[in-house]
Design a protein around this ligand. Structure first.
Ligand SMILES: Nc1ncnc2c1ncn2[C@@H]1O[C@@H]2COP(=O)(O)O[C@H]2[C@H]1O
Ligand SMILES: Nc1ncnc2c1ncn2[C@@H]1O[C@@H]2COP(=O)(O)O[C@H]2[C@H]1O
Length: 510
């Protein structure tokens, strides 16, 4: 098929889908449509490549592979379906070449060298090929505070006894202020980590915040390149395989946290979904690797197209996300961002800007990859396909579905077991992954409804903060995907309106 035919076919598909769905946000709809198509196509090819590799074939050999095989210096023999047209492959100087990944480019460019150098005494001295100012915002807060006993009893609280740093120094008086002058000026690094943030590309070093000037104007001036990476579809084998980390001497950074910081972390950040699956040891590692960042309103925290250096959890404030200058999302306390570039070794997919003064916790790339990568990517690949087919979630973008996937868990029930009981308090919302269930209510003969794969229940108690309106019981072996109350309130976005419209207590009986 010629390019022209393929283009016409793609537009026809878009048109058809547009007519079926009649969306209100046209551009967003088009973006989602093509993004989903690209994602499907790439995962199909990637699966084929994996299968072929198992059979000893390399479907998309790099020029180097071929040259090595044929004893020649370099020749383009096979044209990768992505190599010419993938916006990420040609323009990005910092893309690394992964011979396993059919979408990556040959390595006549500057690679990101990772994982960490095993000879570097176990630190996270990642070698990067670009330079950045030898000034770093990171490490500017809360390094010198005394560490006193925690009074909390929660088993997942991190307390003094678990502090690997055993710090004892005076408190940092600047730690409670939003101080623009702190950003990009500190050259302090913590004494306990050798991760050399001064050599990495701190997004704050390039921030565009101009005190007193219009934020929109400053954003427009610095509108990121048209690099909408969305390279989360470009999942290289290395990117998703933490096993490749084994046998090196990596040690996580360990920062000194004050009692007050620990209490705040325990009260908020620790509750982030990504951390909820971690065992005590991993959680402790994460907590002490986190660095508090106080970010004034207007700060550009992440710039689209940059390399990924940190993952962030929001303790306070609102973050706005822009793709190619268009606002695509906002998120608030308890949310996290900056995971895509770290998961997929891809450029930043969006620009993240502080809409208000924010308190963030930053986690370095290596600790994220060592501890959070596996669980996050497993969950996303486990649930994304399922979520895509759930009718009530059709209005979510594929990025929103990914974030939703992070917050999900699976539960199983035998036939006859109740999942929710009428009158109980509601903690979870449920989708049926497989099996069947029935809804019954005191005083009502027979089942109010029968639920199958892709159906949902348990929304009423969470929407209206009311007791369960009915009992839902498994009628066969039942697998449900659960979403907790806070995720329900934060991650369902436009789907909440659909749930309200479909309230079964307001439907006419059949
Ligand atoms: N619609 C979106 N598309 C891509 N990234 C988004 C979107 N909304 C929020 N983000 C976040 O913006 C971050 C930018 O850096 P990352 O690509 O590492 O990870 C990205 C996501 O965490
Ligand atoms: N006719 C109905 N009346 C009440 N709940 C129903 C009905 N049909 C389905 N349900 C589901 O049963 C669930 C019981 O818990 P919730 O009240 O949280 O949410 C309820 C709905 O999801």
């Amino acid at each position: 098929m010629s390019n022209q035919q393929e283009f016409t076919q793609a537009l026809d598909g878009l048109k058809k889908e547009f007519q079926t769905q009649n969306p209100t946000d046209v551009l967003q709809f088009c973006e989602n449509y093509f993004h989903d198509r690209l994602q499907d196509q790439r995962s199909l090819l990637f699966n084929q490549q994996s299968k072929a590799r198992e059979a000893g074939l390399n479907l998309f050999p790099s020029p180097e592979d071929i040259a090595a095989h044929e004893g020649r210096s370099s020749v383009v023999f096979f044209k990768s379906p992505f190599s010419d047209n993938d916006p990420h492959s040609v323009h990005l100087q910092h893309q690394h070449h992964d011979p396993e990944d059919p979408r990556s480019i040959p390595s006549n460019h500057n690679p990101i060298v990772e994982p960490i150098d095993p000879t570097s005494g176990g630190s996270g001295s990642a070698t990067v090929t670009h330079t950045a100012p030898a000034t770093s915002l990171f490490g500017g807060f809360g390094n010198n505070s005394p560490f006193s006993k925690s009074s909390s009893n929660s088993s997942r609280n991190i307390t003094e006894s678990t502090d690997p740093s055993n710090a004892n120094s005076p408190s940092d008086p600047t730690a409670t202020q939003f101080n623009t002058t702190s950003f990009g000026k500190s050259n302090t690094t913590t004494t306990t980590t050798k991760l050399n943030t001064a050599n990495t590309s701190s997004p704050f070093g390039k921030r565009t915040f101009v005190p007193g000037s219009g934020f929109a104007a400053s954003l427009a001036k610095t509108a990121p390149m048209a690099l909408n990476a969305n390279r989360r579809t470009s999942v290289s084998a290395e990117a998703l395989n933490p096993d490749t980390f084994s046998n090196d001497n990596w040690k996580p950074p360990v920062h000194k946290l004050t009692q007050e910081q620990l209490e705040r972390l325990n009260a908020s950040v620790v509750k982030n979904f990504l951390f909820s699956q971690l065992d005590e040891e991993s959680l402790k590692t994460i907590i002490y690797a986190l660095e508090e960042k106080r970010v004034p309103k207007g700060t550009e925290i992440i710039k689209q197209g940059d390399e990924g250096d940190y993952f962030y959890v929001v303790e306070q404030g609102i973050i706005d996300f822009y793709v190619n200058g268009n606002k695509v999302n906002s998120s608030g306390p308890g949310s996290s961002f900056g995971e895509l570039a770290l998961m997929y070794n891809s450029p930043r997919a969006a620009t993240a800007t502080a809409e208000t003064d924010c308190i963030l916790w930053a986690l370095d790339r290596m600790t994220f990859r060592r501890i959070l990568l596996e669980g996050t990517s497993k969950k996303r690949s486990m649930y994304e396909k399922f979520l895509k087919d759930v009718p009530v979630l059709k209005s979510l973008s594929s990025y929103e579905r990914s974030k939703l996937a992070d917050a999900l868990n699976t539960e199983s029930y035998q036939a006859g077991e109740s999942v929710v009981k009428e009158g109980d308090a509601g903690e979870n919302f449920y989708f049926i992954e497989s099996g069947t269930a029935e809804v019954t209510k005191e005083g009502h003969d027979g089942a109010l409804s029968v639920l199958n794969k892709g159906d949902y229940f348990g929304e009423l108690a969470l929407l209206y903060d009311s007791p369960r309106q009915a009992t839902v019981k498994a009628t066969s072996s039942l697998k449900v995907v659960t979403l907790g109350k806070s995720g329900f309130q934060r991650l369902l976005g436009p789907a909440v309106e659909v749930l309200k419209l479909q309230d079964p207590t307001k439907q006419q009986p059949n």
